[in-house]
Ligand binder design. Structure first.
Ligand code: GLV
Ligand code: MG
Length: 349
């Protein structure tokens, strides 16, 4: 454990100063692309115009014989593309794989000035972040980078969930966490073969009707991911970093995708992964606060003056706490609306 006094010192001579706050940039959708696929890589410039984050994926879904092609493809895409205000992230291979060392060495030294965040899969504890933290600092120094690259961990092992707080607190580089429901399901030995979303078998059932034992009994499907997502949101917020829902694998089921994303938004997540262009628009819609909520929140803030005391608005009690809730909504709306004329108009800024 580093002394609090040393926490913000660079981990290598010549590496940039760590950030004290995670800078806010819209990240409603982290859109994955396969940099080994030349056709997909050619579309990155256009996608950058509509995505908050584009992520060059090097890990799962990239076949073993395409790993080097993907890494080199990402170097080329990063150099040749104008990303505008879109962030460029990558997901490197897992720390126990034969590829991750070269992923980090090559990407940080070749395109470190273009990479905003490196996503680390299958993080199990603070020790994994410490390893990457020091290595990235050494590489940043070698590449003479002026701004630190941030780290994002995927919460996708049972051990990682057990250690989620220490993962979030492991380094000032920690930008956020994503839920990885597929690997997490496997790690926990959950009996679902789906990638995120609900499961019709995970339900509760009403008691039998004593007057009619055979009468149908109402059931309500429960959320398999609620516990983990809620725990992740708390751990992230307690450490000033950002929580994200991960992938939703049923691309054709846009309605259930929207539901899953909205649950995550309501619970405190700032974005989700998108695995197909159709999910980009869903994420943009869901992770931008609804205009009606923002207008309501502005009304409460205006009525509450200095934010203390209590007032009634449209029959609803407002006090210091609801003032803060409304500030969360308006603050997010304001940040997302900056540079977005459509949202600016919708929110009345
Ligand atoms: C994502 O990486 C997942 O395993 O769900
Ligand atoms: Mg995974």
């Amino acid at each position: 454990m580093r002394s609090p006094k040393d926490f913000f010192k660079p981990l290598a001579i010549g590496a940039p100063e760590p950030v004290r706050e995670i800078p806010f940039r819209p990240s409603r959708m982290i859109h994955f692309f396969d940099p080994s696929n030349a056709k997909m890589a050619a579309k990155v410039g256009d996608l950058a115009k509509k995505c908050d984050v584009l992520l060059g994926n090097l890990e799962d879904a990239i076949a073993a014989d395409k790993k080097i092609e993907a890494r080199e493809g990402l170097v080329k895409v990063a150099r040749d593309t104008d990303f505008g205000s879109c962030q460029l992230w990558t997901r490197v291979n897992s720390l126990d794989s034969p590829w991750v060392l070269d992923d980090l060495v090559r990407l940080v030294t070749e395109i470190g000035d273009r990479l905003d965040v490196i996503m680390i899969p299958k993080v199990e504890g603070a020790q994994d972040i410490h390893y990457v933290d020091r290595l990235v600092a050494q590489l940043e120094a070698r590449a003479k980078l002026e701004r630190p690259i941030l780290l994002h961990a995927i919460l996708e092992t049972a051990t990682g969930v057990a250690n989620v707080e220490e993962i979030c607190a492991a380094s000032p580089r920690m930008q956020g966490l994503s839920l990885g429901p597929a690997d997490l399901a496997a790690s926990r030995r959950m009996k679902t073969t789906r990638v995120g979303g609900g499961h019709p078998g995970y339900l509760v059932r009403a008691d039998p009707d004593p007057a009619d034992e055979k009468a149908p009994r109402t059931t309500a499907q429960q959320d398999l991911w609620h516990y983990t997502l809620a725990r992740m949101v708390d751990a992230c917020n307690a450490n000033g970093i950002l929580p994200y829902y991960g992938p939703f694998g049923d691309i054709a089921d846009t309605l259930a995708c929207e539901d899953q994303f909205r649950n995550a938004f309501l619970l405190g997540c700032v974005g989700a992964w998108s695995l197909h262009p159709v999910q980009v628009d869903i994420a943009r819609k869901v992770f931008s606060p609804p205009a009606a909520e923002v207008l309501w929140a502005k009304k409460v803030i205006a009525a509450m003056g200095d934010g203390t005391g209590a007032v009634m608005i449209d029959g609803k009690m407002q006090d210091d706490a609801t003032f803060k809730q409304c500030q969360v909504m308006v603050d997010l709306a304001r940040r997302l609306a900056a540079g977005d004329p459509e949202l600016t108009a919708a929110y009345g800024f």
